[in-house]
Design a protein around this ligand. Structure first.
Ligand code: 0RA
Length: 639
């Protein structure tokens, strides 16, 4: 086999072009697809590189600007990407980073201790997927500039100006390639905001500024306290049981940073990061943390005789109820399960994390016996509740297996029996249920009305809602059973469609239902059977013409399109489904030819699940605010 390093310059150039072409042909391999998630991934890749520079200790400020044309600028005050000419290649280091796969971050003398980037494919992959990409580097008193189009440099690296020698940094601006990211989507401010907030939390002392010029909004993230601030932030609406426990230790070049605090809530909120990347599927750092917490509490409870010798040990679930925790590790060579970096695989991280947390948490409990006692009591309550809930749930599952033979009385079933062709509308409220029953095509559409308020069992463990008649009716209508007994083959309808009002209560009920499906019927979501209906927000009548609008923007567009000039326009805003008559409901929301359905993804459901505990929490003001700002924030999906 030919030694790659001995190839001629020309051959290497061809390799580069082939590399970029491969990225464009198979974006999935590099950024995980061509959907809105992958689009955000481009920004993360670029920002990750600046974060690396910050982790290496050379940068403390990162600015991200989303421009009105959806190009994005990322500016940092690091050392600047090196621009010196590579002796063999005859090209600048910058150009190599921008065009050669696997060329990022790794050159130099290993001064890069930790790297979150996609093992270096980062910048060149983003470059290949951008219509254009401009880089400006400030180094050695000069300002360098180069422009690329679809990955290829369109001119040599130029010096375009001077700068004080002490001023260094990198500015990158790119526009994603619309021939690759095809679809009606754009960067979502809240998604980027969430990511940068997390990055700032786990990269102590870095200032991350986000500016969305499309809508004139901006936000700065800076956390001196690192992940303890993160925990305090997550617990801001919860009642906490003790001060935040913060542990930071370096073992064998791996830094383990852990912060946690128990609250009186029921939910477990644990977030795991590896080199600032949110590893949503967890991995060895998370496993290490969990086992240390369970073990330390069991040891302490036995030693203090809070748990008697004959008592069973606490299970993991018992020790995590109400726990808010962050584990953030920095590793010189992180191994991820996939290119999208959602699960950390390094085996050694598990034992190191367990050891570090065991020692420090054990010591904390010894020193703060009041906190120790409170935490153990919390675990005892959880263990008791878990046993009781298990009994109740088994009963419900057994009963619902029987009840599923008899369909609920409130269900208006359809005549078609082939689940490939049928749909079930879950409708909030009896009056909307009535309209839906009259408006539907009874051949293939079934309606199950739910009375909203009944679901609203404040501060309830979700188990409780299984005992609720409305939910029981839902379970038997679906025919799949729930939890461990779930069987997709029993599903009686191909599409399960949640149809709620576009108001506060409607979004509350939607969150509840999503959380229910997420916790008890996850395969239903994974297999793409769950949808959210989208009723219109407005009906616009003008000069004998009538049109519907589903968003504020659409309303404005329709008004413009209709050429509204006088006051003869009537604008009715629908507050609830009940305000539409059956024919209107069919036309706008139920007719497969006209309607828009949002398919629920696992991410949507996860978010609902996280939101659920906040909605059910005691703190009322933040709850209201949350629902109101999110009520219409639904993502468009092309189905
Ligand atoms: C490698 C070496 C050096 C800096 C960088 C990479 C670097 C990369 C990026 C990407 C975005 N911002 C960045 N800032 C720095 C340092 C080489 C040296 O000066 O010794």
């Amino acid at each position: 086999m030919a030694d790659k390093n001995n190839l001629s310059y020309e051959a290497k150039d061809i390799q580069v072009l082939e590399g970029l072409e491969a990225v464009r042909r198979r974006p999935g391999m590099y950024v995980g697809g061509t959907d809105i998630r992958a689009l955000h991934h481009l920004v993360y890749e670029v920002v990750d590189n600046s974060i690396d520079e910050a982790l290496a200790g050379f940068c403390d400020s990162i600015d991200v600007i989303i421009h009105p044309d959806s190009s994005v600028t990322v500016t940092d005050n690091g050392r600047g990407i090196p621009v010196d000419i590579h002796p063999e290649r005859g090209k600048s280091a910058l150009e190599l980073v921008m065009t050669v796969l696997h060329a990022g971050g790794k050159f130099g003398d290993g001064s890069y201790k930790v790297s979150g980037g996609l093992h270096g494919v980062g910048l060149s992959a983003v470059n290949a997927l951008s219509e254009w990409f401009e880089v400006e580097v400030k180094r050695d008193g000069k300002v360098y500039h180069q422009r690329y189009e679809r990955g290829k440099p369109v001119k040599e690296l130029d010096v375009i100006g001077k700068a004080p020698k002490t001023e260094t940094g990198t500015r990158q601006t790119f526009k994603f390639d619309e021939t690759i990211f095809v679809g009606d989507f754009d960067y979502k401010y809240s998604t980027l905001m969430q990511r940068f907030r997390e990055m700032a939390f786990v990269t102590k002392g870095v200032n991350i500024y986000l500016n969305d010029e499309r809508a004139d909004r901006e936000m700065t993230f800076y956390f001196e306290g690192g992940i303890s601030s993160f925990v305090r932030y997550l617990n801001r609406n919860r009642k906490t049981l003790h001060p935040v426990v913060h542990i930071e230790k370096e073992v064998d070049d791996i830094t383990v940073d852990v912060a946690f605090q128990y609250t009186d809530a029921y939910a477990e909120s644990i977030y795991a990061f590896a080199n600032t990347i949110n590893t949503i599927d967890g991995g060895t750092h998370l496993t290490g943390l969990r086992s240390a917490i369970t073990r330390t509490i069991n040891d302490y409870a036995k030693k203090q005789k809070l748990l008697k010798d004959e008592d069973p040990n606490f299970k993991g679930d018992d020790t995590r109820e109400g726990l808010t925790a962050i584990v953030s590790i920095k590793h010189p060579d992180p191994q991820f399960e996939s290119q999208t970096k959602v699960k950390l695989m390094n085996a050694e991280v598990q034992s190191i994390t367990t050891q570090v947390v065991n020692d420090a948490f054990g010591m904390f409990l010894e020193q703060d016996s009041r906190a120790g006692k409170t935490i153990v009591e919390k675990c005892l309550t959880s263990a008791r509740a878990r046993r009781a809930a298990r009994k109740a749930r088994d009963l419900v599952i057994r009963k619902s297996a029987l009840e599923s033979l008899t369909l609920p009385g409130k269900l208006a079933d359809c005549s078609e029996r082939d689940p490939q062709k049928t749909e079930l509308y879950i409708v909030e409220g009896d009056s909307a249920g009535g309209s839906a029953k009259q408006g539907r095509d009874r051949h293939f559409q079934a309606i199950l009305p739910l009375r909203g308020k009944i679901l609203n069992t404040e501060r309830a463990r979700l188990n409780k809602i299984l005992n609720n008649n409305e939910v029981k009716a839902l379970i038997s209508a679906l025919g799949t059973g729930i939890g461990e007994g779930f069987n997709l083959e029993g599903l009686r309808y191909g599409r399960i469609i949640i149809m709620t009002d576009a108001d506060v209560d409607g979004s509350h009920i939607r969150t509840l239902l999503l959380t229910f499906f997420f916790r008890y019927m996850q395969p239903l979501i994974e297999s793409g059977h769950l949808y959210i209906a989208q009723p219109p927000l407005y009906r616009i009548n003008y000069r004998k013409k009538s049109q519907y609008a589903y968003t504020e923007e659409e309303k404005d567009a329709v008004l413009k399109e209709m050429g509204v000039t006088d006051s003869k326009v009537t604008l009715s805003r629908y507050k609830g489904l009940g305000e539409m008559n059956p024919i209107q409901l069919w036309d706008t929301t139920m007719n497969p030819e006209e309607r828009t359905l949002l398919q629920v993804s696992i991410e949507d459901a996860t978010e609902a699940d996280r939101t659920f505990d906040m909605l059910m929490g005691a703190a009322v003001p933040p709850r209201r605010r949350f629902i109101q700002t999110h009520a219409r924030e639904v993502r468009n999906l092309d189905i």
